[in-house]
Design a protein around this ligand. Structure first.
Ligand code: 5BU
Length: 257
């Protein structure tokens, strides 16, 4: 049922504010593409965001891989997010006790909660982690329920526990990072990484890829996450356009099933 409900309708039933915002934006902008801007210089991340901005619903970053992270970088990134209408996800994969999670989310040199709309977190520590994010400037968590990488020890029981944690903390959790269709709540978004037009490929470091049409059509994925497929393409703008079209077409097809 969740898979056959259009994003605009899901935006209305979603209770988490960032999830509502994102679902509405996806419906309006007609995109369910998130680009992972895994570049190590701020200006290269900004240049990519400028190129792919019109085609994405979310830009995902790893602030800790930047050689030159600065407050100026995040203020420019926020300007681009506003201009092109996308959300910013920091893929920090928080995984500590609530107290430390709060310090990591709000302090340090990155001050993630000052600029990110969404932050990823592992379910591993339990709900205290989410309590640590309470009051973090409205930033929502996205819980990692499954990983794309080869040999991950995550099993079905763990994924179900991550889902249960998301469901019982609906005011703080906008969705899941997952590889299969876990959620039933239409207000929760499922983000899926390990997506490339060269499905079946690997990167030599454990990443496993599947095709956009497959993950959205059969995997229940709402938002595809594409990194190198876009960032390392000779023309990132047109690569983003292609991934966007493939993923949105698969979403539209899914509504008819
Ligand atoms: P790629 O270049 O498309 O392989 O990048 C994938 C991105 O998604 C990268 O930023 C990872 O940190 C992120 N990722 C992932 O690949 N697999 C996972 O299970 C999770 C995140 Br969670």
């Amino acid at each position: 049922a969740r898979c056959r409900m259009p994003f605009e309708q899901r935006a209305e039933v979603a209770t988490q504010p960032q999830a509502r915002r994102l679902l509405a934006l996806m419906a309006e902008k007609e995109t369910n593409l998130c680009v992972a801007a895994d570049r190590t210089l701020g200006r290269d991340v900004l240049a990519l965001a400028e190129q792919v901005g019109p085609h994405i619903c979310v830009l995902k970053v790893h602030c800790d891989i930047l050689d030159d992270f600065s407050p100026d970088f995040v203020s420019r990134l926020r300007d681009l997010a506003k201009r092109h209408n996308f959300l910013i996800m920091e893929d920090r994969k928080l995984a500590d006790i609530g107290h430390v999670t709060r310090l990591q989310a709000t302090g340090g040199q990155f001050r993630i909660a000052d600029w990110a709309d969404l932050v990823t977190a592992h379910a591993l520590p339990g709900p205290g982690l989410l309590s640590g994010l309470e009051g973090a400037h409205g930033m929502a968590a996205v819980l990692v329920a499954e990983m794309s990488s080869e040999g991950s020890p995550i099993n079905e029981e763990y994924s179900a526990a991550a889902l249960a944690m998301a469901e019982t903390h609906g005011h703080l959790v906008a969705g899941l990072v997952c590889q299969s269709d876990l959620a039933t709540d239409p207000g929760l978004l499922q983000f899926t990484p390990g997506v490339s037009f060269s499905g079946g490929a690997s990167d030599g470091l454990g990443q496993r890829y599947r095709e956009p049409g497959h993950v959205v059509g059969r995997g229940g994925c709402d938002v595809i996450i594409v990194g190198r497929g876009v960032a390392e393409a000779s023309d990132p703008r047109s690569a983003a356009e292609s991934y966007r079209q493939a993923a949105f077409r698969a979403y539209r097809e899914r509504l008819k099933t």
